[in-house]
Design a protein around this ligand. Structure first.
Ligand SMILES: N[C@@H](CCC(=O)N[C@@H](CS)C(=O)NCC(=O)O)C(=O)O
Length: 217
């Protein structure tokens, strides 16, 4: 069996796919692709939009992280990462949709990228982007707080929603303003306090770039 995840080390979406593979206990190979640099034509043949990640399983090519994680869950043995009950499953899909559509940009590309990643890489930080990101993030966290179950976002068991939202929250809370904001949402703060202790979260931690690297997250 051949299973290869093509992705960028610092990509939050790449981490989501890695979290799903780690939680299922699946072994795989990785190919590093930086979508912010010159994307090689071989990669564009896998992903016409040039984003990461893409998964190749015995010749079957799949891109879009939500499709990848659902495929991983359905294909491999290990704990189920999607609830069976229709409403819990709908909530999982909704939470993933909310964080993709409304959370990724303000939480990751504005707050994390500028406050944390750029500053670690020694690149200029745009304070207006951080400020705008925090406004957008507050609306997203309020929505997630209202939708979240306990102890996991969709109920008693870990689901793909925890991994999808968790990867974004991991980056967001590396910014001091992000950590402070999450702390004002008790349900999310308690959820993240437990989720962050999982072995999969530690195993997929991308760290931060060294100061002289010119890269984007
Ligand atoms: N809808 C895509 C989004 C993936 C995505 O945006 N990945 C980022 C890295 S975190 C990327 O490739 N960005 C490159 C760019 O914006 O040009 C998915 O779910 O996989």
């Amino acid at each position: 069996m051949s299973l290869v995840l093509h992705g960028y080390h610092f990509s939050v979406y790449n981490r989501i796919a890695r979290l799903a593979l780690a939680e299922k206990g699946v072994a795989y190979d990785r190919v590093e692709v930086n979508p912010f640099a010159d994307t090689p034509p071989e990669y564009l043949a896998l992903h016409p939009f040039g984003r990461v990640p893409a998964l190749v399983h015995d010749g079957f090519v799949l891109y879009e992280t939500g499709a990848i994680t659902r495929y991983i869950d359905r294909t491999f043995t290990g704990p189920a990462l999607q609830p069976g009950a229709p409403r819990a499953l709908a909530r999982m899909d909704q939470l993933i949709g909310v964080i993709d559509s409304y959370g990724y940009w303000p939480m990751v590309r504005q707050v994390f990228s500028h406050r944390v990643f750029r500053s670690a890489a020694g690149r200029p930080v745009d304070e207006a982007e951080v400020a705008q990101g925090l406004i957008g993030a507050a609306k997203v966290l309020a929505a997630l707080e209202a939708l979240a179950s306990e102890p996991f976002l969709t109920g008693p068991e870990l689901s793909l929603a925890d991994l999808h939202v968790g990867a974004m929250v991991a980056y967001f809370t590396l910014a001091p303003e992000g950590a402070a904001m999450l702390g004002t949402y008790p349900r999310l703060a308690a959820w993240w306090g437990k989720l962050r202790q999982r072995a999969s979260v530690a195993a997929t931690d991308p760290g931060l770039p060294p100061a002289d690297r010119v890269t984007k997250a």
